[in-house]
Design a protein around this ligand. Sequence first.
Ligand code: ES4
Ligand code: ZN
Length: 319
Amino acid sequence: MILPLAELHIHLEGSLEPETIFALASKNGIDLPYESVEELRAHYEFNNLQSFLDLFYANMAVLRTSEDFKEITTAYLNRAHASGVRHVELFFDPQAHIERGLSLSEVISGIRAGLEEAEQRWGVTHKLIACFWRHAPAASAMEILKMIVTENHAIDGIGLDSSELGFPPELFEEVFSYAREHGLHVVAHAGEEGPADYIRQALDVLKVERVDHGIRCMDDPELVARLVKEQMPLTVCPLSNVRLRAVETLADHPLPQMLEAGLKVSLHSDDPAYFGGYLDANISAVAEQFSLTVSDLATLARNSFEGSFLDEAARKSRL
Ligand code: ES4
Ligand code: ZN
């Protein structure tokens, strides 16, 4: 059975498969420090979030043209559509690409071209979310955000990602208030490796509409009660949590307790090329591990649309 799903936590650059990294490197005349796809794949063993991010940022250097962005967006959407995705809210890291000399327009127009083609071909709808790096100064995020707003780039919302520990959400208060004032949606990674208090800051200071990961809320019963009361969407990525050792094993993942508590949880793939699979793989892994019922799976699928930024009419028509 394939349930219709909304994918709300997917980093475009995290869908870059090793084969594509080699193909783009060769096309763009870039020397990779690996002899083969197998040698590259052998590096996909991570101890924590940072050990993954180091490789993730190095690999995305093969993206050099607007066409490259279109190509990887299309490749991702082909794969996502096959796993039941009917709506996608796609993250990308503008700072990474601007740092390499691409313009915001080149990046966004390439991604948008891929998104629009998939909507025409399959009816897969989309939103595009620019994620700012929390390891970089807030001033860098603000500079790009102002460019997005003043040059009217086709962006639906902003997010906050990258290294979490030591970079509390409150550093980005101004960035998020500027985004909200200009009608952009706001989400943030919080409580992936970082403490429950970072989730509280994302709610109180950044005023996010959705929390990415959020699993560490389970350390704080008062926060759980609040998230349940507010029906705050949490985009949980089980295979990511295992591969980045946010949990010891899949059996230790708090998903069953989160569902039991009444949290508005949905399942997502994060960086599928790095963490062992796309949305379908994430769902089958937890369905098997925790013997989820059809009713649990339907709740998770419904939550994915209810947590999305589709308007009510569009949401109902997809469910
Ligand atoms: C990310 Cl898993 C994860 N966490 C934080 N930032 C990220 N960027 C890409 N994947
Ligand atoms: Zn993420």
